[in-house]
Design a protein around this ligand. Structure first.
Ligand code: ADP
Ligand code: MG
Length: 147
């Protein structure tokens, strides 16, 4: 098994840049769980990943908090991307209304915030990225990636 990789960023811009770098190493088809508290930087990291894969500027990539799912057409890299936020979902049964299975069946990179709340419905294999704010510095984020 590949080892867990870890990074530390010192600003939102650095986290976006890390997202770009990680995106370049992703397979064309992947499920990526982004976990961490509110404000941990999940959406910020997703901006970098989506921006790299679709060619859209990071500012155009906004949180799918209310719409739950954002779909991005393939850019020059040829990868379709879904960015999903399950924060507002309360019960596992509500998952079935989202049509996630059809999304997981596609050749796409699927980024999911708060997927750990419904872990039993998340497919394998998956990449798990966890973001944490150290108590010592509110501008830093520790990012660990488990394949
Ligand atoms: P989440 O999606 O996990 O709730 P967001 O990415 O929406 O988190 O928000 C992260 C917030 O933390 C943003 O306001 C961002 O500017 C701020 N921030 C400060 N330092 C960092 C950092 N190193 N990486 C990412 N975000 C940071
Ligand atoms: Mg978010």
């Amino acid at each position: 098994m590949e080892p867990v990789r870890s990074y530390t960023t010192s600003s939102a811009e650095e986290t976006i840049e890390l997202g770009r770098q990680l995106a370049r190493g992703l397979p064309k088809r992947a499920v990526v769980l982004l976990s961490g508290n509110l404000g941990a930087g999940k959406t910020t990291l997703a901006k970098g990943i989506v921006s790299e894969l679709t060619g859209s500027p990071p500012d155009d990539i906004v949180s799918p908090t209310f719409t739950l799912i954002h779909e991005y057409e393939p850019g020059p890299a040829g990868t379709r991307v879904y960015h999903i936020d399950l924060y507002r979902l309360e019960r596992t049964e509500q998952i079935s209304t989202l049509g996630l299975d059809e999304i997981f069946d596609q050749n796409a990179v699927v980024l999911i915030e708060w997927g750990e709340r419904f872990l039993e419905t998340m497919p394998q294999p998956r990449i798990e990225i966890c973001l944490k704010t150290p108590a010592s510095n509110p501008d830093q984020r520790h990012v660990t990636i488990a394949p």
